[in-house]
Design a protein around this ligand. Structure first.
Ligand SMILES: [Zn+2]
Length: 614
C-alpha cells in the first residue's frame, strides 16, 4: 500500500479511550493489584528466589477472579484474606504456557477479599534474573544477582499483574548471603551495613517493569546531596569520576520540567553482562559499565536514565505499543539536559548521530514497524525495540518545539508531567491532552504539527527536524574525501575528533571501505585499541564487513567481555552473513553464551541459529 494511502486509512481510525494490554493476562478492570509485599530469599546455590508475595487487591467487579502473570514460577500455595491479617486457602489454577506471555495464574477470591498471598519459587530459566558466578564479576570473589524486569519479565520473579497499565507500591524483605549488599528500585540507605537481611519500601506507585533488585559485593560513593553511585569495589571510584555531573543533570531537569519526585537518585554500575546501556529503575538506575569511557563522552546514557524519572517513571506508557511515550520523550529530555549542562554543540552532535542511526534503521524496517504507535499484537514487546520509539519519538517532540516555540512547548511539557504524574497513559490519551493544551485554537499551527501522521504514519514526514552540528559536518566531508582517496588516513585530523566525531566518521564512510583503508586508519589512530565502546563497536562492524583480520581478536574480546545487546546484535548479524563469519560467530558465541544475560541469549540464539548448531 502506498505510504500516503496507508497514512490516510490510519487517520480515519477513531480514538478509543482505553486499550487492552496484549502482553498481559491480567484483567485489572475486574480486580486490580494496588500494593505488593515481597518476603524473599535469594538462594545463590540453588539459583532461585523463593518466598511470598502478598498482594493488596481492589475488587472492581463482584465475583471475578484475580488473574496474574507468571513465567516459569512454581506456585506452592495461595491464600486470600478479607481483613489483611487472617489468610485462608484460595483455589488457583496455572494456565497453559504461552511462549511470549508465560502462564496466567487465576485465583478465585472470597467476597470482600483485600489481600492475596502467593508462596512461590522462581524457575531455572527465569528471564529477569542473571546469577553471576564470582568469575563473571569485576572483583572475582563474590557472586552477584540482578534483575531486569522491562518489558514483560517481572512475571518471571514475582507473580503480579505485569502490565505497565497497573501501578503498585511495594515493600520488600530480602534475605541474602551475609557478606553481600542488596539494593532495590526503592528507598536505599547509603549507609546501609551488610547484614544479609534487608528491608525496602517504594511508596510511589510504579508499573511492575520498574521493580528491580541487585545483590552483590557493592560499595557506595556519594556524588551530591541527593545522588550517588553503587558498584563493585574495583569499579566504584572510576564510576564516581565518570558520573560526577549527575547532581547537575538532576538540577537541569528539575529546572525545565518540575521537581524530582523520588527522593534520592543513585546509579548502580552493573557487571559487563548487563544487556542494556541503562535501565531506569526508579531511585536507582542500573547502568552498563560500557558507558564509562574515561572522558564522560558516553554519559548521555545517564542523562537519559535520569530523564526517565519524569518521562517513563512518573508518566508511563500504559501498554508496550505506547513505548514511544517513554522513550521518545526521554531522548528529547536527555538532549535538553546535555544542552543545559554541556552546551548546545554537544546536544546537537548527539541529535545528528541519533537521526543518522534512525535513517539507517528505517531503511531496513518494514513499514508497519516504522510507526510510533506500533501494532505489537502476537509479538514480543522486544519487536518494538528499535530507533523508532527513541529517535523518531524525539524528532516528533523537536518538531512540536519548532512549531510552537521552545518557551510554549516547555510549559506544555511541564504541565503534562504534572497532569499525568504517577499515571500510565496511552498514545490516545496523550493525543487528546496535546489537542486540548497545545493544538486547540490555532488551526494553522495544528496543521503544521501534523500529529496524526507523526503518530500513525511510517517513515519521517518531509518537514521532520534535521539537526546539524558544524563539527560533524566537517567530519562527514573528511570521511567522503578519505573514501574517495583524496585525503590519506595520516592527514586526517582524527586526533582532534571527539568520540562523537569518530562515531560519525565511521558511520559516514561507505560500508565497503576496503581492508587497505581500514589498515591505514588503524596505523594512524590505533582504532582497534579504542577503549570507547561506541567507537569500537562501529569500527568492529566495519572490520567484519570488510574482512579486516587484524581486528579479529579484538572483536572476540569485545563479544566476550560485555553483553550489551545493542552491540551484540548487529555484530553477530554482520558475522553470519558469510560462511566463514558464521563459523567464527558460533565459535565465539559458544564461549560467550554462558556469560550473557537471558535477554541477549534469546536475541543471539536466533541470529546464529543456536538450536540447530547444538
Ligand atoms: Zn530509555
Amino acid at each position: 500500500m502506498p505510504l500516503r494511502i496507508l497514512a490516510a486509512c490510519l487517520i480515519a481510525v477513531p480514538l478509543r479511550a482505553a486499550e487492552r494490554d496484549v502482553h498481559s493476562f491480567a484483567t485489572p478492570d475486574d480486580v486490580r493489584v494496588r500494593h505488593v509485599d515481597l518476603d524473599i530469599t535469594t538462594d545463590f546455590d540453588a539459583r532461585q528466589i523463593r518466598g511470598t508475595a502478598t498482594l493488596g487487591v481492589e475488587l472492581r467487579v463482584a465475583g471475578k477472579p484475580l488473574v496474574l502473570d507468571t513465567r516459569g514460577l512454581t506456585v506452592d500455595a495461595v491464600e486470600a484474606s478479607t481483613d489483611g491479617t487472617a489468610f485462608a486457602k484460595a483455589p488457583f489454577e496455572l494456565g497453559k504456557p504461552d511462549p511470549i506471555l508465560g502462564q496466567a495464574l487465576t485465583i478465585q477470591l472470597p467476597k470482600a477479599a483485600r489481600a492475596v498471598r502467593i508462596k512461590y519459587a522462581t524457575g531455572p530459566n527465569a528471564t529477569a534474573l542473571q546469577w553471576l558466578s564470582p568469575a563473571q564479576t569485576a572483583g572475582k570473589k563474590h557472586p552477584l544477582l540482578f534483575t531486569q524486569s522491562e518489558a514483560i519479565d517481572a512475571r518471571s520473579w514475582v507473580p503480579l499483574q505485569d502490565t505497565p497499565g497497573v501501578r503498585i507500591t511495594y515493600t520488600a524483605h530480602v534475605r541474602t548471603p551475609k557478606d553481600l549488599l542488596a539494593v532495590m528500585s526503592a528507598r536505599n540507605d547509603p549507609d546501609q551495613k551488610r547484614t544479609g537481611d534487608y528491608r525496602f519500601e517504594m511508596t510511589q506507585p510504579i508499573p511492575s517493569y520498574l521493580m528491580a533488585l541487585c545483590v552483590g559485593d557493592l560499595e557506595f560513593r556519594r556524588l551530591g546531596p541527593r545522588t550517588g553511585v553503587y558498584a563493585e569495589p574495583a569499579v566504584v571510584d572510576k564510576a564516581a569520576r565518570e558520573f560526577s555531573d549527575l547532581e547537575e543533570f538532576l538540577k537541569a531537569c528539575e529546572k525545565l520540567y518540575g521537581p524530582y519526585r523520588w527522593g534520592r537518585y543513585d546509579v548502580l554500575v552493573m557487571p559487563p553482562s548487563f544487556p542494556f546501556g541503562g535501565m531506569e529503575n526508579p531511585r536507582l538506575t542500573f547502568a552498563s559499565p560500557t558507558t564509562i569511557a574515561g572522558d564522560k563522552s558516553l554519559v548521555s546514557v545517564l542523562a537519559h536514565e535520569l530523564a526517565h524519572s519524569w518521562s517513563g517513571n512518573l508518566v508511563s506508557n500504559a501498554t508496550w505499543r505506547d513505548f514511544w511515550l517513554n522513550e521518545g520523550f526521554t531522548v528529547y529530555l536527555e538532549r535538553r539536559i546535555l544542552e543545559a549542562v554541556y552546551g548546545k554543540a554537544r546536544a546537537d552532535a548527539e541529535a545528528v548521530l541519533g537521526r543518522r542511526s534512525l535513517e539507517r534503521e528505517l531503511a531496513e524496517l518494514p513499514k508497519p514497524d516504522q510507526v510510533l504507535h506500533i501494532d505489537l499484537k502476537g509479538r514480543s514487546p522486544d519487536a518494538g525495540l528499535t530507533d523508532v520509539p527513541y529517535e523518531k519519538g524525539a524528532l516528533f517532540l523537536k518538531h512540536l518545539e519548532a512549531v510552537y516555540g521552545r518557551e510554549r512547548f516547555d510549559e506544555f511539557l511541564k504541565g503534562y508531567f504534572a497532569h499525568f504524574a504517577f499515571q500510565s497513559i496511552t498514545t490516545d490519551q496523550f493525543a487528546k491532552y496535546l489537542e486540548e493544551h497545545l493544538l486547540q485554537g490555532d488551526p494553522e499551527k495544528a496543521a503544521k504539527a501534523n500529529v496524526r501522521e507523526w503518530l500513525n504514519g511510517p517513515g519521517l514526514p518531509p518537514d521532520a527536524p534535521n539537526p546539524t552540528a558544524p563539527a560533524l559536518t566537517k567530519v562527514e566531508d573528511q570521511a567522503k574525501a578519505f573514501a574517495a582517496g583524496t585525503v590519506k588516513a595520516a592527514d586526517l585530523p582524527g586526533k582532534t575528533w571527539s568520540a562523537h566525531g569518530w562515531v560519525h566518521f565511521l558511520t559516514s564512510v561507505p560500508p565497503d571501505l576496503g581492508k587497505d583503508k581500514l589498515a591505514a586508519l588503524d596505523a594512524a589512530f590505533g582504532v582497534t585499541k579504542s577503549g570507547n565502546s561506541e567507537v569500537l563497536f562501529q569500527w568492529l562492524l566495519l572490520a567484519v564487513r570488510n574482512g579486516y583480520e587484524p581486528a579479529h581478536d579484538r572483536l572476540e574480546q569485545f563479544l566476550t567481555e560485555q553483553g550489551r545487546r545493542k552491540f551484540l546484535q548487529p555484530l553477530y548479524q554482520e558475522l553470519v552473513k558469510t560462511p566463514a563469519g558464521k563459523e567464527r560467530a558460533l565459535a565465539i558465541y559458544k564461549k560467550a553464551r554462558p556469560t550473557y544475560h537471558p535477554a541477549s541469549v534469546e536475541t543471539v540464539d536466533g541470529i546464529v541459529g543456536w538450536k540447530e548448531a547444538k
